[in-house]
Design a protein around this ligand. Structure first.
Ligand SMILES: [Zn+2]
Ligand SMILES: [Zn+2]
Length: 213
């Protein structure tokens, strides 16, 4: 599995392009506020984006949904069912806070279950880690030693929970509990690829992340 990372838009969102060796088919994990460089990259490399998986429904991750659909009409879009309403509602995806009104068409597939999931030929284990949002997910691939964590877990930090309408303290407790119970139990050498910032490993986060002591 080959993984490329693009950093998109003002919020510096990591968008990951995953493909198998010698294949044009790719899986995209998250978009960014400005997803034009992602479209350009896909076209330059002559890739065929089969699926877009959204780690959660915040505006900075979903803002590229429509432009991807427009350019690649066969792309299948996945989001956890608990974050699905955020796609169509600017207040819920927090785009209104940025003075924007981001609304996308519904996803093609709503994820409801954890465990092994086939995203148009790309198989990942879906791990549901609510806290930053109700439908936040991480994607784990054991064979390739890699975990995509969205805004659940960052290198040295965890996702925010101080959003309007959130029970901040309760959500933070839930987030940390999920990280400890579901992510830190993975092998130490797994590469952690977050939704913002640099990559890390499970071992590094266990040892040095101040939120997880
Ligand atoms: Zn977020
Ligand atoms: Zn984010």
């Amino acid at each position: 599995m080959q993984i490329s990372k693009l950093v998109l838009g003002d919020y510096e969102n990591n968008s990951y392009i995953v493909r198998k060796e010698n294949s044009a088919n790719c899986l995209i994990i998250d978009t960014g506020l400005d997803s034009n460089p992602l479209i350009q990259y896909i076209k330059e490399k002559k890739l065929n984006p089969a699926a877009l998986v959204l780690t959660h429904g915040h505006v900075d991750h979903i803002a590229g949904v429509e432009i991807l659909r427009k350019n690649f009409e066969n792309i299948k879009i996945y989001i956890h069912k608990c974050d699905a309403p955020m796609l169509g509602e600017p207040v819920k995806n927090f785009s209104t806070i940025l003075g924007l009104k981001v609304q996308t068409s519904p996803a093609d597939v709503l994820l409801a279950n954890e465990g092994s999931t086939d995203f148009q030929g790309f198989v990942f284990e879906v791990i549901h880690t609510p806290g930053h949002t109700p439908g936040g997910i991480c994607l784990y691939n054991k064979d390739d030693n890699v975990l995509f964590t969205g805004d659940t877990l960052f290198a040295g930090s965890v996702g925010r929970t101080d959003f309007p309408g959130y029970e901040t303290h309760k959500c933070m407790q839930q987030l940390i509990e999920n990280i400890k119970k579901k992510l830190l139990v993975l092998p130490d050498d797994i590469i952690v690829n977050p939704g913002h910032g640099p990559s890390s490993t499970i071992k590094n986060e266990k040892m040095h992340n101040p939120y997880l002591k």
